[in-house]
Design a protein around this ligand. Structure first.
Ligand SMILES: Cc1ncc(COP(=O)(O)O)c(C=O)c1O
Length: 421
């Protein structure tokens, strides 16, 4: 029996359809452009971006925060996608200081310099990083950016070099949220990030000795959390306010509480997005009483659903009980499952809404057993030579691409709505 004749095990998912990513004339399309034609032109791996999407995502978040009335600032986590065309799109939302304009969350001196080179003013850039070296500080201290310190050691070292400077403290609230255990940044077990409650007095002592002006409290609960984990975020925020109370009692003029990034984007039909109004209300409920500015620094939320990653099926092969669908792209350009076990939907470009008739392992072309994109995955009966699209490919993937096995990191096409029609 051929795969085509088997009864469907699942209807094709279509939860992902939206303006800019849809089925046009029976084929998957981004902004009206035909993806198979783009793949033939550029070859795999090919990222195709819908530039309207980061604008939409940022505006939706901004609007939800504005509706609560809380004073707020949104900064894009640059590490999710530092491409100049993406940055131009985000910079284009508003000039420095304009209402609704988006700042930058940087996590390295390189990112600070990149943001400065792409039109951000120092005051719009907030740096929060871990294991910061003296050489890192050479660069960071040369610019009047916001710096959040994530260890007592960092407070001591920056304090010795720049006594009296304004700084923030990143804390580990001892609770977190994340897409799965690979994406939780805070919890009962200490992680490498942030000052823990048991070290807060030492942090306060270090700040005082160096006359540092602590004006910001920062935490990041984890990444990729969805609608069902808002409670987890709220627990982390509640615990962070206990740190805030202690810093205020110690006399520090905290003006900003940065609640980090972490807002996730659904990857499968059964996943629910975060209700942005509910999120904004949680932030406002905890922070309005303090009269502070709420800062949020999303990365993935801004970019994740803004791109697809295209490749071609090069192998369909049964091995024992498992059917492997092999693609001409690898984990060097799509680490989501390899590192984070993050599920992505994989959709045939031709006739993308056909029934799924088989369960397969979708794997890449890197010589490592872990180079897999999905396991036991209900999939359409694809043939060798067919183009497929991996969804939710706009955040982190291209930024983290490597030339492992000397496989190409691929190219990207950036489209505006209407480009392909
Ligand atoms: C401090 C900090 N802020 C923001 C982010 C962005 O996270 P996300 O892309 O999940 O929104 C991260 C991610 O690791 C982070 O560590």
């Amino acid at each position: 029996m051929t795969a085509e004749l088997e009864p469907p095990i699942a209807a094709a998912p279509s939860w992902w359809r939206r303006p800019g990513l849809d089925v046009v004339d029976g084929r998957l399309s981004v902004d009206g452009a035909d993806l198979e034609a783009l793949l033939s032109e550029h070859g795999a791996p090919l990222f195709v971006y819908d530039l309207a999407r980061p604008r939409e995502n940022l505006r939706a978040l901004e609007a939800a925060l504005a509706r609560t009335g809380i004073d707020h600032v949104v900064r894009f986590a640059l590490k999710a996608n530092p491409d100049p065309r993406i940055l131009a799109t985000i910079r284009g939302i508003g000039a420095p200081g304009e209402p609704g304009s988006v700042g930058i969350d940087a996590c390295s001196p390189g990112e600070v310099l990149h943001a400065l080179a792409h039109g951000w003013h120092p005051g719009e850039i907030s740096h929060t990083a871990t294991n910061v070296s003296e050489r890192d500080l050479d660069v960071l201290l040369a610019h009047p950016i916001r710096i959040n310190l994530d260890a007592v050691s960092q407070l001591e070292r920056l304090g010795r070099r720049a006594p009296g400077r304004r700084v923030g403290i990143r804390v580990n609230p001892g609770a977190g949220a994340g897409y799965n255990e690979h994406m939780s940044y805070a919890g009962e077990r200490p992680t490498k990030f942030g000052v823990t409650a048991d070290r807060l007095d030492d942090a306060i002592d270090a700040a005082r000795r160096h006359a540092l002006i602590v004006d910001t409290l920062h935490f990041h609960a984890g990444s990729g959390w969805l609608g069902d984990q808002l409670d987890g975020f709220e627990v982390a925020l509640g615990r962070a306010t206990a740190f805030l109370d202690r810093l205020l009692e110690a006399g520090f003029p905290i003006r900003e509480v940065n609640v980090g990034g972490g807002l996730g984007v659904p990857a499968r039909a059964d996943e629910r997005p975060v209700d942005l109004d509910a999120y904004a209300q949680v932030v406002a409920r905890h922070l309005v009483p303090y009269g502070v500015t709420a800062a949020v620094e999303p990365g993935d939320f801004v970019l994740k659903d803004a791109a697809v990653l295209l490749g071609e099926v090069v192998t369909v092969e049964r091995r024992g009980e498992t059917t492997f669908v092999g693609l001409d792209i690898g984990w060097n350009v799509n680490q989501a499952f390899f590192i984070y076990r993050y599920a992505q939907e994989i959709v045939p470009v031709r006739d993308p809404l056909r029934d799924r008739t088989q369960r397969v392992t979708v794997a890449g072309h890197i010589n490592e057993a872990g180079d897999v994109f999905a396991e036991d995955y209900p999939f359409a009966p694809v043939e060798e030579g067919e183009p497929v699209a991996i969804l939710n490919a706009g955040g982190y993937l291209q930024a983290m691409a490597s030339t492992h096995c000397l496989r190409p990191t691929g190219t990207a096409v950036y489209l505006e709505r209407g480009d392909g029609s």
